[in-house]
Design a protein around this ligand. Structure first.
Ligand code: GDP
Ligand code: MN
Length: 384
């Protein structure tokens, strides 16, 4: 789950990373009041779950409350890379002497958290990595040893920070960022820019924070921050039903058991000249309950024209899946959807017989994955 800037900054504040005072606003009038309360110049910042807001006109300085109201009027409703601005973060403006970059994320290859730091902040980190790779310090943390003070020192010295007060402040921020990363089950914590003010104070001017969905049950306060309007409604429904589902933009609904087979099925549908409507992993079991839930999710997508069940029975038994499909068809109105079923592996014969005995015209058995995909694509085309 991606957090908004103001939410990430809230977590920064909790671990002691310095951030500026600010207020939320959803109308120009609220922005004005916020600026009055904060006093002095403010920054009006679009709260959207995408980066590059500055370049897109979503971050603007305002001299006084009236200006803040005007800037809020400009930014509210703006479409930033497909994200419409409904909320603003009004923050006390900072003077910037220098802009640095600090992040921690998982390096899946190394199976360790990875810190990245550079004094060339403010721009996209990919750009620094490409144009000035020596300026980017990368350092892994051994998760068993945990955070050690030398990690912070090596980042700070490696990045070429010379001022002792700055070194000390950044080292403290590095340690606190690690704490935030672990404590809040984060996948990514990024500060860009981490600024130095003319007075020599270091603070986080921006926040990009991703919390691991699988860790959210440990953080009910963070889970509550999820913004249902920012998520795809079908994916939200899938999450409620505990169905593993990713929406795609085609018309062939795909159900497979196992993530690997699910992804292969998506590929094979594309290979057969079709467009998958989704990725959906039925998981183990294949119970009627699981099939009903998955079908309910998939058929919420109005683009779906046909459905392709691709099941390879290992622990999952094909006869159980076949019964699940029939039970699901009894409980749901699936009359709009031709269903192609390919069963292979454990108890496949029995599964096929169960489906054949049901004598339903809307079920189309196929023997192989490729034939199944072709059939589903053909049926989707005929239904369109
Ligand atoms: P992003 O474009 O989505 O990464 O949004 P940021 O929060 O990083 O803001 C973009 C840029 O706006 C920053 O890199 C700063 O240069 C500038 N900015 C943001 N807040 C302030 C501020 O308080 N004072 C000044 N002078 N500039 C700011
Ligand atoms: Mn930024």
């Amino acid at each position: 789950m991606d957090l908004y800037e103001y939410q990430g900054k809230d977590l920064f504040r909790r671990v002691g990373i310095p951030v500026s005072a600010g207020r939320l606003a959803t109308t120009p009038e609220e922005a004005r009041t916020a600026a009055e309360e904060l006093g002095g110049p403010v920054v009006v910042k679009a709260q959207v779950l995408t980066g590059g807001r500055g370049k897109a006109g979503g971050v603007k300085l305002a001299d006084d409350p009236a200006d803040a109201e005007a800037k809020a009027r400009d930014i509210l409703g703006l479409d930033i890379r497909g994200h419409v601005v409904h909320t603003l973060w009004i923050e006390k403006a900072s003077d910037i002497e220098r802009e640095y970059y600090l992040s921690i994320t998982f390096d899946r290859g190394a199976k360790k958290p990875l810190f990245m730091f550079t004094t060339q902040g403010g721009v996209e980190i990919e750009q620094v990595a490409e144009e000035n790779p020596d300026a980017l310090v990368r350092l892994h943390v051994d998760p068993l040893a945990g955070f050690q003070p030398w990690v912070a020192r090596r980042l700070v010295y490696g990045g070429g920070v010379e001022d002792p007060s700055e070194q000390k402040q950044i080292a403290a921020i590095v340690e606190r960022l690690y704490r935030a990363f672990v404590e809040f089950d984060a996948m990514l914590c990024e500060i860009n820019p981490l600024i130095v003010t003319p007075e020599g104070e270091v603070k986080a001017l921006d926040s990009k924070f991703t919390v691991d969905d699988s860790g959210l049950f440990r953080h009910p306060d963070i889970a509550e921050w999820r913004d249902p309007t920012a998520a795809d409604p079908i994916e939200t429904f899938a999450r409620e039903k505990h169905v593993t589902y990713v929406k795609l933009d085609g018309d062939v609904g795909v159900l497979a058991n196992g993530a690997g087979l699910g992804m292969s099925t998506v590929d094979v549908v594309a290979h057969a000249g079709g467009r998958p409507a989704n990725f959906c992993d039925l998981g183990g079991g294949g119970s009627a309950e699981g099939v009903v839930d998955a079908l309910e999710v998939i058929t919420r997508d109005e683009q779906v024209r046909s459905i392709f069940f691709n099941i390879f029975g290992g622990i999952t038994r094909c006869d159980e899946v076949a019964r699940g499909i029939l039970a699901a068809l009894e409980r749901l109105d699936m009359s709009r959807y031709p269903i192609v079923v390919r069963l292979d592996g454990t108890n496949a014969e029995e599964g096929r017989r169960i489906l054949a005995d049901a004598g339903r015209e809307d079920i189309h058995p196929e023997a192989t994955m490729l034939d199944g995909a072709r059939r589903a694509v053909e049926l989707a085309g005929a239904a369109a």
